[in-house]
Design a protein around this ligand. Structure first.
Ligand code: ATP
Length: 384
């Protein structure tokens, strides 16, 4: 079993703010867990504490049922795959994969057996005699993983392994890592700041901010039910729109007009006054393309389109809005969670590519009000 259990893990460098602040997280045997968050959120530090490259200030790190806080990296039997894969350029692929076994003075027959087995899984047989310089990025990645497989490591740990690669190769490697991880079924922890990697690779994603866990959930759940403003704004591209709103009965008064809340949402926000409405770009549609039956289920409003971007399968439209200054100021004062940048003065909407909306003209938009999120501006909590 290579379950990784973290309980109240803290990392304190000097006397400043803890880099990792009371993190409790259980990673199941065979699970692919992503650690994601903006620069400085503590994700690398957490990974380094799992692997043993960093001391743990307090809390318990349990791997495969054993507490490892005081164990050296080599006693933890984990395998870290670095950004540059750390391959030896003068050694062949075979010897690169065999390296940890040679270090352990394993006999030659067993080394051959294990390297060949790994080469089978990784489809590296025809490259075993080559040097790393003659391999593609994807093949190098597989060699690095081969080294981890022969050691029969209990878990793979990746620290931003793809961040040096160009976009196309990154896409290919992403699929490759995902395929291999599923085939091998080895517990994997993967650090990234790239939300596409986070959303496509992991079984579950742990979103960190300032050393604290914000939410641990499947990619779909993170997207559909972000627990707070931070997760809502961090996950999704283009990002969620946050509009200032005032609650009036069962309706939210927004810069685009009233948005009627369904029963569940109305109950969740009852008694509040100022709120933030979170609307993903695709919750909007060109109203002229929405069929009659669906129209009453959402809100319709007119707005001027500033800029459009056509992307083939969809298009983005930027629609400026004016929020009453009084409300914006109150919201800013209330909300420590809100970056100035997040209270934008335009919304981005994603609509069907067949839409005939034009830049500089007014258009009618339909908003699926059954999907909107409503946030408490003072705590950032998603109330819906
Ligand atoms: P990035 O994506 O930029 O690598 P990260 O989320 O991986 O960021 P960490 O590298 O884990 O973040 O750093 C978390 C915090 O701890 C940061 O504020 C960083 O400055 C601080 N930190 C990291 N290493 C040390 C160190 N050796 N000494 C002091 N502070 C450190």
């Amino acid at each position: 079993m290579a379950e990784i259990q973290m309980s109240h893990i803290v990392k304190q460098y000097g006397d400043g703010f803890p880099a990792v602040n009371d993190v409790s997280l259980d990673i199941a045997d065979g699970e692919f867990m992503i650690l994601v968050g903006p620069s400085g959120c503590g994700k690398s530090t957490l990974l380094r504490m799992i692997v043993g490259l960093e001391d743990i200030s307090s809390g318990d790190m349990v791997i495969g049922g054993k507490r490892v806080n005081d164990k050296a990296p080599r006693e933890r039997n984990l395998s870290m795959v670095f950004q540059n894969y750390a391959l030896y350029p003068h050694l062949t692929v075979f010897e690169n994969i065999a390296f940890p076994l040679r270090l352990a003075k394993m006999d030659d027959a067993e080394v051959r057996r294990r390297v060949n087995e790994a080469a089978d899984v990784l489809e590296l047989h025809e490259h075993l005699e080559r040097k790393p310089a003659n391999l593609s990025g994807g093949q190098r990645q597989r060699v690095a993983m081969g080294r981890a497989i022969v050691r029969q490591a209990e878990a793979f740990l990746f620290d931003e392994p793809l961040s040096n690669l160009d976009a196309k190769l990154r896409g290919q490697m992403r699929t490759e890592i995902s395929r291999l991880q599923r085939r091998l079924g080895i517990t994997t922890v993967y650090v990234t700041h790239d939300q596409t990697e986070a959303m496509t690779l992991g079984d579950r994603v742990c979103v960190l901010r300032k050393g604290k866990i914000q939410q641990v959930a499947s990619p779909r759940e993170l997207y559909d039910q972000p627990v707070n403003l931070f997760v809502a704004g961090f996950i999704g591209s283009p990002p969620m729109n946050f509009l200032p709103a005032r609650l009036e009965g069962r309706s939210l008064s927004t810069p685009f007009g009233p948005v009627e809340l369904d029963e569940k949402r109305a109950a969740a926000v009852a008694g509040r006054e100022l709120l933030l409405v979170g609307i993903r770009p695709e919750y909007f549609e060109d109203a002229s393309l929405v069929d009659e039956a669906k129209r009453p289920l959402g809100s319709v409003f007119r707005a001027r389109v500033d800029v459009t971007e056509w992307l083939g399968d969809q298009q983005y439209a930027y629609i400026p809005y004016e929020a009453p200054e009084e409300i914006t100021n109150q919201l800013r004062a209330l909300s420590r969670e809100l970056d100035a940048e997040e209270l934008r003065t335009q919304a981005i909407v994603s609509i069907d590519s067949t839409s005939r909306i034009r830049e500089g003209r007014e258009a009618e938009f339909w908003l699926d009000s059954r999907k909107v999120h409503v946030f408490d501006p003072s705590t950032g909590e998603n109330l819906t």
